[in-house]
Design a protein around this ligand. Structure first.
Ligand code: AMP
Ligand code: ZN
Length: 473
């Protein structure tokens, strides 16, 4: 069965075929978080869609080499036009910490949220600040190829030098030139065109920028876009299969990643497929944002009795390319539905259901229907509906139902297999991760309280170099 994915580059669904000649491995780059605050649940919707993509690729038989960056420098508050200050600095000022402390704390918090939502960790998470040399080297290549200019203390990418600049966003540069469409109003007087963007900042930005490095253009720091180009190239090569992010990245961040990568690497198509998720919206269709009032985190949801996996269930009920409307009622509905699913799976186990190595014809037809749903550009609402069809089908015995659901769970990721086996309960893992978060934030009292709560649930938590270990009492 062919896997089709909606490719933003061509605005249509396309059959997915990996670049790897053996057809085995898929290379995937996903734009990661900017670690100056907690992730809001809109951000998590974005990472979840990428997790479903990865699981779908694995379900269809591929190995996936997934790289995700951690943005800890260079992402400015004025997202579109290189204006404003570094978000990290904003976070540090808000909390009275150094930018490095802020980055460490929110990176740990991000990983915690990512894991408790049962998202599969990437092959590599790479920090922008660990890859300054790679970014400098790519800018030097662009400079040698005459794609840059130096003005007002910054190195800019000259978008006029690239024939197909803006192809992802379908920017009509000719119409803009003739004034038929509105060009962005530019605040930076040094730019030759409003589309040009900064590759390396030196003098033009803030004396109190804490993160800065030597470079051929002076002490400074990289622009936001270059980190993704440099790290994707380092870990995945000069061409790779799929690149993802939220729809807000299409006009600027991804457009600029494509421009500088294709210019530096001399390739026609850097990433073959570009996939983007729609927003989680709240109230009157407002995007959830880190700076707005509508800032909901997993912790806030937890306070209302909604577990991370309930939120996962809620998200999967809407296709990733449709806006997802937030409401507490809908979240309560998802919680109830997931609870029912868990109960049903436990009942099947009680009836003696076992995971079958080979599923019979009746069960297999449900696996095929599920594959058809997820291979159709990850139609998770259709896939979720099949879960209930399987449970209702009286022609299937307990083991068949259980085995089909386990296959589904490879993509849906509700941890159904862990439920029935003697695995560390999710609650214990969550508490241990929270304790790690507390320790990283030097909140010793909270850390001790969490250790006691874990003990009450029958586990002893210890510290290790990687994080923690859990032993049953
Ligand atoms: P950031 O940490 O701001 O770089 O964002 C991380 C990811 O979340 C990016 O891919 C964004 O496009 C995505 N994102 C931001 N806001 C929302 C939202 N309200 N709904 C869904 N995705 C979002
Ligand atoms: Zn990126």
């Amino acid at each position: 069965m062919a896997l089709t994915l909606y490719n933003t580059l061509h605005r249509k669904k396309e059959k997915f075929v990996p670049l790897d000649a053996t057809g085995k491995t898929v290379t995937l780059y996903t734009c990661g978080p900017t670690v100056y605050n907690f992730m809001h649940i809109g951000n998590l919707r974005s990472f979840l869609f990428e997790d479903i993509l990865k699981r779908t690729l694995i379900f269809s038989g591929y190995d996936v080499k997934h790289v995700m960056n951690i943005t800890d420098v260079g992402h400015l508050t004025g997202e579109d036009d290189d204006s404003g200050e570094d978000k990290m600095l904003k976070g540090a000022r808000r909390e009275g910490k150094t930018v490095w402390e802020v980055a460490d704390f929110y990176t740990a918090a991000f990983k915690h949220d990512y894991l408790v939502m049962n998202m599969t960790a990437p092959f590599i998470w790479c920090k922008a600040t660990d890859h300054i040399a790679e970014q400098v080297s790519m800018i030097q290549t662009l400079e040698k190829k005459k794609f840059t200019y130096f003005a007002g203390g910054n190195v800019y990418f000259d978008t006029s030098k690239l024939k197909d600049y803006g192809k992802l966003a379908k920017l009509d540069l000719k119409a803009e030139e003739k004034g038929k469409t509105k060009a962005r109003v530019e605040k930076d007087v040094h730019k030759k065109s409003s589309h040009d963007f900064v590759l390396w900042f030196t003098k033009s930005k803030f004396d109190d920028q804490e993160m800065k490095w030597e470079s051929p253009w002076g002490v400074g720091y990289p622009g936001w876009h270059i980190e993704c180009s440099a790290m994707a190239t380092k870990y995945l090569g000069s061409q790779f299969d799929i690149h993802c992010g939220g729809i807000d990245h299409i006009p600027i961040h991804h457009t600029n990643e494509i421009a500088q990568s294709e210019a530096a690497l001399g390739v026609k198509t850097w990433a073959a497929f570009w996939l983007h998720n729609e927003f989680l919206v709240i109230g009157a269709g407002e995007k959830m944002a880190k700076s707005g009032e509508n800032f909901l985190t997993l912790d806030v949801l937890k306070g209302r009795g909604i577990e991370p996996l309930d939120y996962r269930f809620f998200c999967l009920g809407t296709h990733y390319r449709n806006p997802l409307m937030f409401s507490w009622e809908a979240l309560d509905g998802a919680r109830t539905a997931r609870k029912r699913l868990v109960e049903k799976v436990l009942e099947l186990k009680k009836e003696g259901a076992v995971a079958l190595a080979k599923i019979g014809v009746g069960g297999q037809s449900y696996v095929d229907l599920f594959a058809a749903a997820v291979f159709d550009d990850m139609n998770t609402p259709r896939a979720l509906a099949l879960v209930w069809d399987v449970l209702r089908d009286e022609k299937l015995n307990a083991s068949e139902k259980y085995s089909v659901l386990l296959r589904y769970d490879c993509v849906l990721g509700f941890g159904l297999a862990d439920l029935a086996e003697d695995k560390i309960p999710a609650a214990v893992l969550t508490l241990a991760q929270e304790r790690l978060k507390a320790r990283l934030g030097k909140e010793w009292k909270k850390s001790d309280e969490l250790r006691d709560q874990i003990k009450e649930l029958g586990y002893i938590v210890g510290d290790t170099k990687e994080g923690f270990e859990l032993k049953k009492i």
